[in-house]
Structures are given as C-alpha cells and as structure tokens.
Design a protein around this ligand. Structure first.
Ligand code: GLU
Length: 327
C-alpha cells in the first residue's frame, strides 16, 4: 500500500511539473508564418522574400520562420489573410481601402474588419503595354483588341476596369478582355495571342522587362484624362513609368499614368509579438532593405506610414510608438 502511495505521489508530481513546463515549451516553439505576394516576375515576390530573410536571420531571437508564397495578387492575399491561410500579405493600397470598407470584390462579403495594416512599401503604377504592330497608341485604340485586364484575384483587374471605364470603354463589350495572371501576359503578347496588357506593378519589374525586350516591339500607353477618376477615387495619384528601366520599349520619355502603393497587411488574429518582430526588422534595417530594389528608393520611415486604410496592427503600433514614429 505504501509503495502504491509513493508511485501515485511521483506520478502526481510528474503531472504537476509537466503542467508547469508547458508554457515555457510553447514559447520556445518556432512560429511559422507565410507572406502572400504575387507573380514571380512582379515586385511583391522579391519584396516578400526580402522581408522573410530579415526575420529568419533572427530566428534564434524571435522563434519565427517566415516563408513566401507566390499568389494571384492583392485580392487573393486579402482573402487568404482573412481566412487564416496566410499570416501576411502584400496588397495594393486601393485594395486595402476596398476590403476595409466592403467595396469592389468585398461588396457581398462586407467590410473586412479583421484586416490590419503594418506599413506601406513601394509605389506601383498602372502599366499598359501594347504591341506596336497592333496600332495601339492611345486607350481608344484598345477598342476591338484582345487585352489582358488581369486575373480575378489580382490587384490590377479593377484598375484596368477603372481606367477603361473612365475612357468610355466598356470592358465587356468594346474589347476582348482576357483574365490571365501577370507572369503569363508578356509571353502571350510576344506570341501575338494578345495585343496589350495591364499590370499594376512597381518598376522595374521582370514581367515588364520581358515584355519590352522581345522580338515584337511594344510601347507603353499613357493613361491621361484622369481628373474625374482622381476626384472619384481617393487612392489613385498621378505617377510616371520611368523609361530608363525599359530601353527596349518604343517610348523615349517617361510615361504618364496613375498609381497606388504596395502595402503590407496582416490580420488582428496574428500575435502581437510576431507582427512586432517583422515590423522592427523591416524598419531597423530600412537602409539595407532599400538597396535591394530600385522601387524602394523613395521609401522613408515616415512615408511608409502613409497610404493605409485599415488600423495598425498592435504589434506594428508598439514598434512605431517605441521609436517615436507615432506619438
Ligand atoms: N499589384 C499586383 C497585384 O496586386 C501585384 C504586383 C507585384 O506582384 O509586384 O496583384
């Protein structure tokens, strides 16, 4: 009897100790997070990669392992972050606005109230590339042509529709609209299977380099006459495509267009310490980060807090307050 009592006491002590240890063990466990980006020839994909690399370098400090996923773009990313399939996403500022207020693709689902902002990143411009031999020089010349407006799930699809509508072009009737993913569009253009494509992207991007460096000559089509559009939508601003990045294009000067910003988002459900760590690594190492891509050249710690609609995630806010970026 005595022995049995002793065994019971040891077992009980074992359970007690295990109970004490559990919280310690959980904290030491690596947290895996994934960043949703875009096509591999865009700018989101290398941007996600650069952010992941910074955090992974400090794996021992934070216990976070970040990976990157190539996706269909902004709309896909918002939805995947909201469903918990992804922890982070890069999303156009206009798409963040629409998701937060329940507009465009989110009209039926309603406002995405769990969406949280971390910061904005590089500027992106609505880029319309057209084949010279298709005789396209202006937006009006797109009538009757085969034009890729972007896959459902991409950020650019609504931008293309906005620009066409503003020019009085009905995308369902006046053009033959295609909905393929951005990385496929340059090949289709070079093969003569489409005449033009839209892509909302930072510059330079691999996709636009590919489209402008092929045998079939192409030009960028200016997107002008946009005053009405800029009044109607708060998230569009005038922008230019720097022609120096694309010597193969027919244009000789920077091309006027409109643009948005790439932004970095997450969900309220992602733990504060994870978002804090990612924000801190990005902002503490901003000067090094900026060297990784010409599109980041304009970034400052201050302007990276602009262009956001959803509230800051508490983890990001904690960092911004700590360094005095937010009072
Ligand atoms: N702006 C595009 C989108 O939201 C992605 C651009 C990129 O991958 O760089 O779908």
């Amino acid at each position: 009897m005595k022995r049995l009592g002793l065994v019971a006491a040891i077992v009980a002590l074992g359970f007690f100790l295990a109970g004490l240890m559990t919280p310690v063990q959980t904290q030491a466990k690596t947290i895996f997070v994934t960043i949703g980006t875009g096509g591999v020839t865009g700018v989101y994909y290398p941007t996600g990669g650069a952010i992941a690399k910074m955090v992974n370098k400090k794996r021992k400090v934070y216990g976070i392992r970040a990976t990157v996923e190539s996706t269909g773009g902004s709309v896909y990313n918002v939805n995947a972050v909201m469903s918990g399939d992804l922890e982070f996403g890069i999303v156009q500022s206009d798409r963040q606005y629409q998701a937060w207020y329940g507009l465009a693709e989110w009209k039926e689902k309603g406002p995405q109230k769990d969406l949280r902002a971390i910061c904005s990143i590089h500027p992106e411009s609505i880029t319309l590339v057209a084949a010279v031999d298709a005789g396209i020089k202006t937006l009006q010349d797109l009538r009757g042509k085969r034009v890729n407006i972007g896959n459902p799930g991409s950020g650019q699809r609504q931008n293309s529709i906005d620009v066409l509508t503003n020019a009085g072009i009905d995308w369902k009737k006046d053009i033959i609209a295609e909905g393929v993913k951005a990385p496929e569009a340059p090949g289709l253009l070079q093969d003569g299977r489409i005449d033009a494509f839209f892509y909302t992207v930072g510059h330079p991007s691999g996709a636009i380099k590919e489209a402008t460096a092929g045998r079939r000559k192409v030009r960028f089509i200016p997107i002008t006459g946009v005053d009405k559009l800029l009044k109607k939508y708060p998230y569009y601003a005038k922008a230019v495509i720097p022609i120096k990045f694309y010597p193969g294009a027919k244009n000789k000067e920077d091309v006027p267009t409109i643009g948005v910003k790439a932004t970095f988002v997450t969900s309220i459900k992602v733990p504060e310490r994870v978002v804090y760590a990612i924000t801190k690594e990005l902002f503490d190492n901003l000067e090094q980060f900026k060297k990784l891509h010409p599109a980041y050249g304009v970034l400052t710690r201050k302007n990276m807090l602009e262009g956001l609609t959803a509230p800051f995630h508490p983890g990001a806010l904690k960092y911004f307050k700590e360094v005095g970026l937010i009072k």
